[in-house]
Design a protein around this ligand. Structure first.
Ligand SMILES: Nc1nc2c(c(=O)[nH]1)N[C@H]1C(S)=C(S)[C@@H](COP(=O)(O)OP(=O)(O)OC[C@H]3O[C@@H](n4cnc5c(=O)[nH]c(N)nc54)[C@H](O)[C@@H]3O)O[C@H]1N2
Ligand SMILES: Nc1nc2c(c(=O)[nH]1)N[C@H]1C(S)=C(S)[C@@H](COP(=O)(O)OP(=O)(O)OC[C@H]3O[C@@H](n4cnc5c(=O)[nH]c(N)nc54)[C@H](O)[C@@H]3O)O[C@H]1N2
Ligand code: SF4
Ligand SMILES: [Mo]
Length: 812
């Protein structure tokens, strides 16, 4: 007999199915947020388990319902502090991403141009042989969607095992400027505050980001406060109107790079009006500026007088000219920051990071908060949001960047290399001292002929789709096509723009088909267990790395053994026998994630990013680091870093302590950077600003979300947003297909006037989720000098009516 919970589940599923949410194509019954965890339907073998959502850096938790080996339902997890049972439209559909009809299920090798099925043994052998033949020309391109153990294994394999630092992630395109901004300001990466800041601020300023679509559940924590009668003012600064603007009390439309001028203008007025927080600045801050020649990330100390002198020219009038924001609005912002009685949280994401002044603008916005003292009280916070589910956990903390080592160590520092060699029990000198190639450089070297110095010959890509997301695709990706001696290995779950050029495709297990750990935007580390088997022969990314490492070990590669001659990823059972985790049949004989996590955990204390033992995360819906053991043996997380009331590492007697200060005096740095205009600007030939980004329904390249019918239906194609007057002047109609051209390439798109977002005159916007309309043929690879993060948010383009082009030109 059917129990009542089961009946209720079927009823709720049927209700959802009656709406537009559930279809037969890959989407699942939805259990709504008002259902408690212990209230979830059971019976007939339906089992629920927790996992973080696969998509954005908000890091919501879902409850995954599994029956007969399949994910059959998704519920918002009420026990999760981040989302308290809520999910956005992507979260509710996340289970369906496993079940697209064209999942990759077999390793495929390109033979005479044709993809041919091969076995895993052969695939692993081919990779290992290529590496053995030329270890220094091998590179690994990873992801902020790697789990922490996956990233840690790749990092150890490359830097420890191969002594090769050519490992970089897609987060270079995403979070690199946030990292350099944090390091330049606090000497250590990642936000001081947490999501509670959004619950407690009086003013929320969005600096060119669109959380209403990109961090929807997090943004709803703010808008929900209004429905509870709380006052919260949202000020949206941006280069185009978005859904975030719709929720804002005030919209300030700036020119591209206007943010730099605005931040300088606010600081100028705070100083000019003697309205800054003198006691906070005197006790806790230094002033800093770039060196006149050869600027470095550390810069040089400057006096307050010098700071005043440099910032004097950023008067409201001058800032208005540079940014397009009226002078009285700059005064309004300065007055808000000058008011200690209110709490202000700044939010930002790609507008400030994908910026050729990305490090500068990140540092400047931290500076506005430090100078005004709007720092370190709940609700007073400069908050850089992370985009990917584990860009913080896997990339920034594990350090899977070309210059970094785990635990905030750097490959360029001998004592740091020694420390890591010690933890890894490697021979001294195993780690290479030269930083590897950052993403743009890595692909330049891969797509350049070997004869011309293109010294990356084999590239292994995991959990990212560079064939669609690199900037200037024609130069950085498509040029690989005619290079016979270059070999591209891609681990994927679906056919993509990247697999199209791959020489070897490896089918991957995804999300709850494997164990995992992610780290979200608020320093929260989240664990989940494998719940279902992957399809066909798809296997874990982490296993692939370990299997290649073991093959190299068998082939006699010295780097794959530690000082005692053991395999660098050796896992022993209780009797001390090695478990052959490089054989997939034995990979789940033990919890490899747990072994890797416990090993990695040792590194985390070096920069006070302490993690708890793995088993603590099994119990929790994530814990925010530093997590510190208490006298009673329990583990306590930290919400507010550097503030004595919450951070266990603040020295006795201090109210604030920036304990990784680059000046080693416990102080944060307030930076001055001069404004500089964007490197490419509209001109007669290319008269528009082209901005690119995302939409609510799709995840990046759409590989997962375009396979979910409800999401695909809601947003079936990319488009170009255009101002009605621009369209009219060019005699372009709504829906008409036009050609967008930049100096680097072109892309055909239908025009959307007054659409999802509304750009001002002279600006167009294109989302990049649609693989049939690759806007990254047009975008710019120029990048910030310190972070090496490219600027996808602005370049010069033109809009060409299609009739004016010949067919041959269009097909190019
Ligand atoms: N639905 C959905 N959510 C996602 C993702 C997704 O693919 N889909 N991806 C996730 C990831 S990895 C990321 S990184 C985030 C990105 O999240 P966001 O950064 O919020 O979104 P984008 O659409 O990339 O950025 C668009 C914004 O850039 C601003 N901009 C343009 N030029 C400038 C400038 O010069 N200065 C400033 N300050 N701003 C400027 C514009 O105002 C525009 O609104 O979203 C995450 N969340
Ligand atoms: N024009 C433009 N371009 C941009 C940006 C922009 O704003 N504008 N933003 C940049 C930013 S911020 C980011 S973060 C990047 C994102 O760029 P990408 O990382 O390249 O985009 P995704 O679509 O997230 O790619 C992830 C891939 O991993 C696959 N996948 C999913 N799960 C697994 C798994 O478990 N294992 C394996 N092996 N594969 C899996 C998915 O099918 C997908 O193809 O794009 C960058 N590019
Ligand atoms: S807000 Fe982000 S983490 Fe939360 S459900 Fe939506 S996509 Fe998933
Ligand atoms: Mo991102």
């Amino acid at each position: 007999m059917m129990d009542s919970k089961r009946r209720r589940f079927l009823k709720s599923a049927a209700m959802a199915a009656a709406g537009s949410l559930v279809t037969s194509n890959g989407s699942l019954p939805i259990v709504h947020a008002d259902q408690a965890v212990d209230d979830l339907p059971t019976g007939d073998g339906l089992v629920w388990n927790k996992a973080p959502c696969r998509f954005c850096g908000t890091g919501c938790h879902v409850q995954v319902g599994v029956e007969a080996g399949r994910v059959v339902a998704i519920a918002g997890d009420k026990a999760a502090d981040v989302n308290k049972g809520l999910l956005c439209v992507k979260g509710y559909h996340v289970g369906g991403i496993l079940y697209g009809k064209d999942r990759l299920t077999k390793p495929l090798l390109r033979k005479q141009g044709k993809l041919t099925e091969i076995g895993w043994d052969e695939a692993i052998e081919i990779i290992a042989q290529r590496i053995l033949d030329s270890p220094e020309t091998f590179a690994f391109y990873g992801s902020g969607q790697w789990t922490i153990p996956e990233g840690y294994a790749a990092q150890k394999f490359m830097k420890g095992g191969l002594g090769n630092n050519h490992i970089d992630p897609n987060a270079r395109l995403c979070m690199a400027s946030a990292v350099t901004g944090f390091i330049a300001t606090y000497g250590v990466d990642e936000p001081a505050g947490c999501y509670q800041d959004l619950d407690e601020c009086d003013i929320l300023i969005t600096w060119g980001n669109n959380p209403a679509e990109m961090h929807p559940v997090l943004f709803s924590r703010v808008t929900d406060r209004r429905s509870r009668g709380e006052q919260v003012t949202i000020i949206d600064i941006g280069t185009r109107r978005t859904r975030t603007t719709d929720a804002a009390n005030e919209y300030l439309e700036m020119k591209p790079h206007g943010d730099v001028a605005i931040a300088l203008g606010i600081m100028h007025l705070l100083i000019e009006n003697d309205n800054y927080d003198k006691s906070f600045v005197e006790k806790h801050c230094n002033f800093r500026g770039a060196e006149a020649v050869k600027p470095t990330l550390q810069g040089e100390q400057i006096s307050e007088t010098e700071f005043r002198k440099r910032i004097a020219k950023y008067t409201p009038g001058h800032v208005e000219q540079l940014s397009g924001i009226p002078a009285d609005k700059i005064r309004m912002l300065a007055d808000l920051f000058g008011n200690p009685g209110i709490r202000i949280t700044s939010l930002w994401c790609m507008g400030m990071n994908q910026h050729t002044m990305g490090t500068a603008i990140n540092s400047l916005v931290h500076g506005v908060h430090l100078l005004s003292g709007h720092f370190g009280r709940p609700g007073d916070a400069p908050t850089s949001l992370t985009g990917q589910p584990s860009a913080c956990g896997t990339v920034r903390e594990v350090g899977t960047l070309a210059h970094a080592l785990p635990g905030g160590r750097l490959v360029a520092k001998p004592e740091h290399r020694q420390q890591c060699e010690g933890y890894w029990n490697l021979k001294p000198g195993s780690i290479n001292e030269t930083p590897g190639y950052h993403t743009v450089k890595m692909f330049e070297q891969f797509t350049k002929p070997t004869s011309e110095g293109g010294d990356i010959t084999t590239l292994f890509v995991q959990v990212t789709n560079p064939g669609q997301t690199l900037p200037n695709l024609n130069a950085l990706f498509n040029d690989k096509k005619n290079l016979e001696d270059k070999f591209l290995i891609v681990s994927e779950v679906y056919p993509t723009a990247t697999t199209q050029l791959a020489d070897l495709i490896l089918p991957a297990a995804m999300w709850v088909e494997k164990n995992g750990v992610f780290g979200n935007s608020e320093r929260r580390t989240q664990q989940w267990f494998k719940m279902v088997d992957p399809p066909g022969e798809a296997r874990d990314d982490c296993w692939m790395t370990i299997a290649v490492a073991h093959k190299l070990f068998e082939m006699g590669h010295e780097g794959m053994r530690d000082q005692d001659g053991e395999f660098i990823f050796a896992v022993k059972d209780d009797e001390g026998n090695e478990i052959p985790i490089w054989e997939f049949e034995h990979y789940y004989d033990t919890n490899v994630d747990k072994h890797l996590f416990e090993e990695y955990r040792q590194f985390t204390t070096m920069k006070h990013k302490n993690l708890a033992p793995y088993d603590e995360y099994v119990k929790a819906r994530g814990l925010r680091w530093p997590v510190v053991e208490q006298d009673d043996g329990s583990w306590r997380e930290t919400r507010f870093r550097f503030a004595a009331f919450d951070d266990p590492f603040v020295s006795e007697g201090q109210d604030f302590d920036f304990y990784h200060s680059s000046t080693e005096d416990g102080r944060a740095q307030i930076w001055f950077h001069d404004y500089a205009p964007p490197p490419e600007q509209p001109d007669d030939e290319f008269p528009y600003w082209l901005c690119t980004g995302r939409v609510l329904e799709h995840w990046h390249t759409g590989t997962m979300t375009r396979r979910l019918a409800p999401l695909n239906r809601a947003m079936p194609t990319a488009y170009v947003e255009m101002h009605a007057d621009d369209a009219k002047a060019a005699n372009i109609r709504q829906g008409e297909t036009v050609l967008i051209e930049s100096r680097r390439g072109s892309c055909e798109l239908p025009v959307w006037i007054d659409g999802r977002g509304r750009p001002p005159r002279g600006t167009i916007f294109v989302p990049f989720f649609d693989e049939t309309k690759l806007i990254n043929r047009c975008t710019l690879e120029l990048h910030d000098p310190f972070s090496k993060q490219p600027d996808y948010k602005k370049c010069a383009a033109r809009v060409v009516k299609m009739a004016a082009k010949s067919v041959a030109e269009v097909q190019q």
